[in-house]
Design a protein around this ligand. Sequence first.
Ligand SMILES: C[S@@+](CC[C@H](N)C(=O)[O-])C[C@H]1O[C@@H](n2cnc3c(N)ncnc32)[C@H](O)[C@@H]1O
Length: 167
Amino acid sequence: MSRLDSAIRRLMAQKNALEWAVDAVTGINGPVLELGLGNGRTYDHLREIATDRRIYVFERVVAAHPDCVPPDEHLFLGDFTQSLPRAIKQLGAVAAMAHLDIGTGVKSDSTRLAERIAPLVRDLLAPGALVVSDQEIADWSECRLETPPGIPEGRIHLYRPIVGSAL
Ligand SMILES: C[S@@+](CC[C@H](N)C(=O)[O-])C[C@H]1O[C@@H](n2cnc3c(N)ncnc32)[C@H](O)[C@@H]1O
């Protein structure tokens, strides 16, 4: 497979997984969390497909397309390890869905980061919430969901973490 084909498959998997997850959390109230604003592509898509939800964005430094910069009040700036604890204090366990798009290009670093922030993300989730992640999270292997039809295996990872008193 060419690198172009591979990139297209990855982006299609991401798009389809986000659309599937937004649909799957229809019955759960609460905001969406977007970890990794980057140039704002997936944030922009979430704005289109989750029009009735507040979207809180976590990013170290904003460098997005000007049309895709979230309002200050929905932005948690700084390293995830600092901004997620702030969000837990401010918001609590309210999110219906979280999207982790945190890959830095170095696989081992990205996996380590995902493992490190997974407990913090979980503390922001409402019961039944879904997580769409570009990184596999070994600690959540027991709450991993089957990849829905139409989404290539191994490109994106879906979880419904056990939260709150069920822990
Ligand atoms: C793959 S990009 C996100 C792409 C974006 N979702 C899009 O569609 O344009 C990953 C982003 O995660 C951010 N990031 C990586 N590690 C981080 C950390 N420890 N704390 C905060 N942001 C981080 C990077 O700054 C980068 O913008």
